[in-house]
Write a protein that binds this ligand. Structure first.
Ligand SMILES: N[C@@H](CCC(=O)N[C@@H](CS)C(=O)NCC(=O)O)C(=O)O
Length: 221
């Protein structure tokens, strides 16, 4: 069987979440770089397989799946040796799913809404209404983590992988310092999620540098 192909780029948070998931279950992927700055994702060869033109996109022997959350649960179900990252128990799974939707619908949605205008429309600040919504998201996350080491259950799951990759990028735009539960959970994720130093941290640093260079570059007006 050929290795599953992942269309990916390291600055992308959902791509990193998939790479970390694969590493945690010991799955080797064939990674194909998609440069968002060069708009590779808009080329016909890519929109033919994913008309929504987003990375990550997985090609598993001809089966095409996109959206990191869908890819991550698929990979664990198909290739995981156990269900630690995505429990089969329905109650436990529902909690992981709730956190995955929290990432998708709140944390990542806000990160994209704030960062795209900075990258592509010369915007230099985080709009106040978005800042407020991010802080509301942080408040929720801080509550989810009260008295807990991990976001869902006693060991790390897809919920932690997904939320921490987004959160650590969002933190460059809206600081997390006044959310103690989040700060200590981020540290735990950095220390304990398999492959984090190799697959999570460098892409996050690249994202921080890129966004800071856009925020600091002179405006066009
Ligand atoms: N919810 C999606 C978000 C995917 C997404 O927005 N990816 C961005 C990169 S972080 C992308 O591909 N942007 C290019 C585009 O939308 O054309 C996921 O989790 O995979």
């Amino acid at each position: 069987m050929p290795r599953p192909i992942l269309y990916s780029t390291i600055v992308s948070q959902p791509c990193r979440a998939v790479l970390l998931t694969a590493d945690s279950i010991g799955l080797e992927l064939e990674v194909r770089e998609v440069s968002l700055m060069a708009q590779d994702q808009l080329k016909n060869s890519f929109t033919k397989i994913n008309p929504q033109h987003t990375v990550p996109t997985l090609d598993d022997n001809g089966d095409i799946i996109w959206d990191s959350h869908a890819i991550m649960s698929y990979l664990v179900g198909k290739y995981g040796k156990n269900d630690d990252l995505y429990p089969k128990d329905l109650t436990k799974r529902a909690l992981v799913d709730q956190r995955l939707h929290f990432d998708s619908g709140i944390l990542f949605a806000l990160l994209r809404q704030i960062s795209y205008p900075i990258f592509f429309d010369n915007v230099k600040t985080v709009p106040e209404e978005k800042n407020k919504l991010v802080k509301e998201g942080y408040d929720f996350l801080n509550i989810f983590l009260e008295g807990k080491k991990w976001l869902a259950g006693d060991s790390y799951t897809l919920a932690d992988i997904s939320c921490v990759t987004t959160l650590t990028s969002l933190a460059v735009l809206v600081p997390i310092d006044s959310y103690p539960n989040i700060v200590s959970w981020v540290k735990t994720c950095e220390d304990e999620i398999k492959g984090y130093a190799r697959l999570g941290a460098p892409g996050n640093t690249a994202f921080h540098e890129k966004i800071q260079s856009h925020l600091q570059s002179p405006g066009q007006d």
